[in-house]
Unconditional design. Structure first.
Length: 149
């Protein structure tokens, strides 16, 4: 049996700002008997999530009780699922493309590369169309009444 600290597992999250949700889900899984874990009396760790207070500058972090759990293949599978779900930003609903999310396989690099190519091509074509329809400097724009010139 191998044991692991909760603080070590939290460091492996793709999105550190969701560490509070992960700890809550972890404790719920322990409470329902999905995994076995114990509190380590007197030990605490600082979660990586940074909180901010309304109307104030700066941020702060929270401490939580340290736990030791049995690291099993079932837990590893559960963690991968949790990590994938928590990688999604709550506001946007989609995973932001970063080097970490690409390397973790949370986003499809090939699909994003194809979308980037399509956006660049559309932008290029739009610029070409704009350049080809622009009037020369000597004549007034078509929408302007010619009697004023």
């Amino acid at each position: 049996m191998s044991y692991k600290r909760l603080s070590e597992q939290v460091k492996e999250l793709t999105n550190a700002q969701r560490s509070d949700t992960f700890v809550r889900n972890f404790r719920e899984a322990v409470r329902t008997g999905q995994f076995k874990a114990i509190y380590l009396p007197g030990e605490r760790f600082t979660m990586p999530k940074e909180y901010s207070r309304r109307g104030q500058t700066g941020s702060y972090q929270k401490d939580t009780k340290e736990m030791l759990f049995d690291y099993t293949p079932e837990f590893a599978e559960w963690f991968e699922e949790q990590n994938r779900e928590l990688a999604v930003s709550r506001k946007g609903g989609s995973i932001k493309a970063t080097q970490e999310t690409v390397e973790a396989g949370l986003v499809d690099f090939e699909q994003l590369a194809q979308q980037t190519q399509e956006k660049m091509q559309a932008s290029f074509e739009k610029g070409q169309a704009w350049a080809n329809r622009a009037p020369s400097r000597g004549e007034p724009p078509a929408a302007v009444n010619k009697r004023f010139f």
